[in-house]
Design a protein around this ligand. Structure first.
Ligand SMILES: [Zn+2]
Length: 368
């Protein structure tokens, strides 16, 4: 969050501006000044981009408010130069609910476009001369932007809303994993089409193709991973052979532990409480700053609340990813039983994948 500044809170949802967005605005103003515009004109030149981004914020709020209706809170909305991102706690898995949440964003732009149309923007819009559309007044350009936002977002490919619309429609007739794979496949097919057209006509399309390709892949991986790990307790994925450090240990001692095994991040325990984690990067920073004899205490980063053996794995994994904390201690009736780390979960997934492909071979063999 340090790369963004909070500008507002709407319906209880914090709205952030990413610093790259601010740079874009400054660059727009400066480039106008350099072309000989007055300060007033340069500021006026920002009105249209800011109006576009307001429409984007309203679009994201559409998703957020729809999600709220299904009991899914939105952590925040961030504005980037390429658009907005609403971080929902999760996507509702019920297909009909995902459909509503996905459609709510573009629907906001439909409403804005209709309102603009009703407010006398139709003159430019009805013009027979296509040039008029581009050079029309600000409101008619804004109307066009909203139409574009609707069409662009409804392209049936992740990470666009259309990808979610497609997946939820498919998921009404088949299981969620299969629906995701098909939707991701459609997205990747479109990415190839965009890249092909882009090579001939418009390089910008190649960028979109890349964006869509990566979006499809990450959605498919995330969903298959979640389905794979669903129902697995933390106890099945934790590390049981690991070292802990005490706050009074020296950095030299920590280095010995680091070199002695494959563990890179160490939970720090004072015999009663977990103080946090000493990560490898912090250990190295400590060595460079204070040498081997300093205690580790000053270099421990705050950790997560310990979890228990029977906690479900998926939310714990999400917590680790979101906070960037490398590992979290696992307790069994108050006693330290293990350590859950992202690395270990990745290993568990690899093992499951290997076993899964073996199962598939066995079943297809049995069928043949
Ligand atoms: Zn959207």
């Amino acid at each position: 969050m340090s790369w963004s500044i909070k500008i507002a809170r709407i319906f209880g949802i914090p709205i952030y501006l990413h610093w790259t967005f601010l740079i874009l605005m400054v660059w727009l103003a400066v480039s106008q000044l350099m072309q000989g515009a007055t300060t007033a004109e340069a500021i006026q030149g920002l009105v249209f981009p800011l109006a576009i981004f307001s429409c984007v914020v309203l679009h994201e709020l559409g998703h957020a408010v729809a999600a709220q209706r299904f009991g899914v809170p939105t952590r925040d909305i961030t504005l980037l130069p390429i658009g907005g991102v609403a971080r929902l706690e999760r996507m509702p898995e019920k297909p009909s609910e995902e459909l509503v949440v996905a459609l709510a964003g573009p629907l906001v732009n439909v409403v804005i476009a209709l309102l603009l149309y009703a407010a006398g923007t139709r003159v430019a819009f009805r013009s027979e001369d296509p040039e008029m559309l581009m050079h029309g007044g600000m409101l008619s350009r804004l109307l066009l932007v909203n139409v574009f936002l609707v069409l662009f977002n409804l392209i049936p490919a992740f990470p666009m809303d259309g990808g979610r619309v497609l997946r939820s429609l498919l998921a009404m007739t088949m299981d969620y994993g299969k629906a995701t794979r098909i939707a991701a496949g459609v997205g990747q097919f479109l990415a190839i089409v965009f890249a092909y057209i882009g090579l001939q006509h418009n390089p910008f399309l190649i960028l979109i193709a890349l964006f869509v390709w990566i979006g499809a892949q990450s959605e498919a991986t995330q969903v298959s991973e979640r389905l794979e790990l669903e129902g697995t307790p933390v106890g099945d994925a934790m590390l049981t052979d690991f070292a802990m450090l005490r706050p009074s240990d020296t950095l030299g001692h920590a280095v010995e532990r680091l070199l002695a095994g494959s563990q890179q991040d160490f939970p720090v325990y004072d015999g009663q409480y977990f103080l946090g984690v000493l990560a490898r990067a912090d250990l190295l920073r400590g060595l460079a700053q204070s040498g081997r004899d300093a205690t580790i205490e000053g270099f421990v980063q705050p950790g997560l609340e310990p979890i228990t053996l029977k906690d479900p794995l998926v939310p714990a994994l999400n917590r680790l990813r979101e906070t960037g904390v490398p590992c979290v201690p696992v307790l069994d009736q108050g006693r330290v039983a293990g350590l859950l780390s992202l690395e270990n979960i990745a290993e568990l997934l690899m093992v499951k994948a290997a076993l899964g492909s073996r199962d598939a071979v066995v079943t297809s063999g049995a069928r043949a």
